[in-house]
Design a protein around this ligand. Structure first.
Ligand SMILES: Cc1cc2nc3c(=O)[nH]c(=O)nc-3n(C[C@H](O)[C@H](O)[C@H](O)COP(=O)(O)OP(=O)(O)OC[C@H]3O[C@@H](n4cnc5c(N)ncnc54)[C@H](O)[C@@H]3O)c2cc1C
Length: 474
């Protein structure tokens, strides 16, 4: 009789689920998934409220990674709608197409501003051409590519809202978040909308008929059918070490009882820095690196409305500082099946840290504050609101602070040290990525475990060549 390999997956977001699903396709592997919430999906979940289906912020499914779309289409079948994307930017009281088009900038911006933008764009391009210096921060990166004027008007206030002070952020964040392969492409993108570069902006995307959460639900169903054991509502307390490897997981079940399970491999998708709490005997330098790693929190505020759709696009970015939020989006534009007839749902999303007053503000005060800021946009009246409330998530936006890369490398070095733990996913690998990249990481971790049996050199190569090169496409 052959003994099965036992793999423990920490976290049932889409990264953990895709790893579990792929592992479960091999009958010689026993898979256990541990999740602290009572349901799977992490940030890719949907929930129901008064007849509405709501996501945790706007989620489109778009990928440039070979094989991932095919796999998802197979999983979702007829429930995967193809949607034509629309996104806007709101500035100086006007809506712009996004990515910005030069013609619109010239006609809709005040003439003096347009000239300023063009002049500073040209100046940066000339400087760059003559003497290209490596950018030291997010701020440097953007100014080099777009000029100071556009940086100050759009990118700086937007970055402040989403990620924190851009002069203290690593330029890698801009590489990931603002796909800009070079000046020629930027100019093409600015001058024409006919030829949209699919690596910069998605022309269309896939979306599940009844909310993004259908994807994790389907992954769970298929995995369960293949024998994966889900431990939901369970808190992982400790990773046990033996003979230099992670030999087991200790967890507290729903009744408060502490239990242990042994394992051959661990797929780690929960917040990376939590490893310091889970392995008490970690070296001091790794603990120090864990303390440096930080995430920003996400707040999504929902207005359920008795109204026809209210936004001019699926989502709109609001860089100006008079708006606390960075983006508004509308569920019914993603799928009309997500609201009762004659209704729509607006989502207001932004990030913050512990010290931000909005993080601890109660729902009704926060709702009033946002409503005041929404008023000049004239999207809806107060008497159209059926319900309003927020959902808040701790630690979801990795902060790529200057200096983070060496700290992450230090924590990642545990993979090689223990040779049977894999850091993957947005939180697990501290990788500012989208769900398609999470599926890819989960699948790749599973395949690696099954073909190699240990971390080894190949895993490091995969990380450098593939995971670290992911870019977000709006
Ligand atoms: C506002 C917003 C908009 C987005 N838009 C898009 C989009 O349009 N398209 C797209 O593809 N992606 C989008 N994303 C990104 C996408 O949501 C993430 O990439 C993806 O959800 C990350 O999945 P994950 O499994 O790595 O992490 P998570 O979803 O965070 O999963 C981690 C899981 O681990 C669990 N966990 C944490 N700690 C423990 C513990 N100690 N023990 C057990 N379990 C634990 C958590 O509860 C969670 O379920 C967006 C994200 C946000 C915030």
């Amino acid at each position: 009789m052959t003994t099965k390999k036992r793999v423990v997956v920490l976290g049932a977001g889409v990264t953990g689920l895709s790893a579990a699903y792929r592992l479960s396709q091999n009958p010689d592997t026993e898979v256990h998934v541990f999740e602290k919430e009572s349901e799977v999906g992490g940030l890719c979940r949907s929930f129901r409220e008064d007849g509405f289906i709501l996501d945790y912020g706007p989620h489109k499914f778009y990928t440039l990674i070979e094989g991932v779309l095919e796999e998802m289409c197979q999983l979702m079948g007829d429930d995967f709608l193809v949607r034509e994307k629309s996104q806007n930017l709101f500035l100086n009281g006007k809506y712009f197409d996004f990515p910005l088009k030069m013609t619109e900038m010239l006609t809709k911006f005040p003439p003096q501003k347009s000239l300023e933008i063009l002049a500073s764009f040209g100046l940066s391009a000339a400087k760059n051409f003559k003497n290209k210096v490596d950018p030291k921060s997010y701020e440097d990166f953007i100014i080099q590519r777009f000029g100071k004027s556009l940086y100050q008007q759009i990118f700086e206030p937007m970055a402040n809202k989403m990620f924190g002070n851009p002069s203290q952020l690593d330029p890698h964040l801009a590489e990931v978040r603002i796909s800009s392969p070079g000046l020629v492409s930027v100019m093409k993108q600015l001058l024409s909308r006919k030829k949209i570069d699919k690596t910069i902006s998605a022309p269309n995307f896939h979306y599940p008929k009844y909310g993004f959460g259908m994807i994790p639900e389907k992954l769970k169903q298929k995995s369960e059918a293949n024998g994966v054991k889900f431990h939901l509502g369970v808190k992982v307390k400790e990773l046990k070490l033996q003979n230099g490897k992670v030999s087991g997981v200790s967890f507290e079940d729903k009744s408060g009882m502490v239990q242990n399970i042994s394992c051959d491999d661990v797929v780690y998708t929960i917040p990376m820095q939590a490893i310091a709490e889970l392995i008490p005997q970690l070296a001091a330098d790794v603990r120090q690196a864990c303390r440096f790693v930080s995430f920003r929190h996400t707040i999504i505020y929902y207005y359920l409305l008795k109204s026809q759709p209210v936004l001019p696009a699926m989502w709109v970015f609001y860089p100006e500082s008079r708006f606390r939020f960075g983006r508004l989006s509308e569920m019914t534009k993603f799928s009309p099946y997500t609201a009762p007839l004659g209704h729509t749902a607006l989502m207001v999303d932004f990030t913050c840290d512990d010290l931000d007053p909005t993080w601890s503000m109660d729902d009704s005060h926060l709702g009033d504050l946002l409503l005041d800021q929404l008023k000049p946009l004239k999207l809806f009246n107060k008497d159209q609101i059926v319900k309003n409330f927020s959902k808040r998530f701790r630690n979801f936006y990795p902060v790529y602070r200057i200096g983070y890369q060496e700290r992450i490398a230090k924590i990642r070095s545990l993979e090689k040290e223990f040779n049977n733990i894999y850091f993957v996913g947005r939180l697990g690998d501290f990788n500012y990525n989208n769900s398609d990249q999470c599926f890819d990481m989960g699948f790749k971790a599973a395949e690696h475990i099954q073909t190699n049996g240990h971390v080894g050199e190949r895993w490091g190569e995969l990380r450098n060549e593939r995971f670290d090169k992911y870019r977000i496409v709006d």
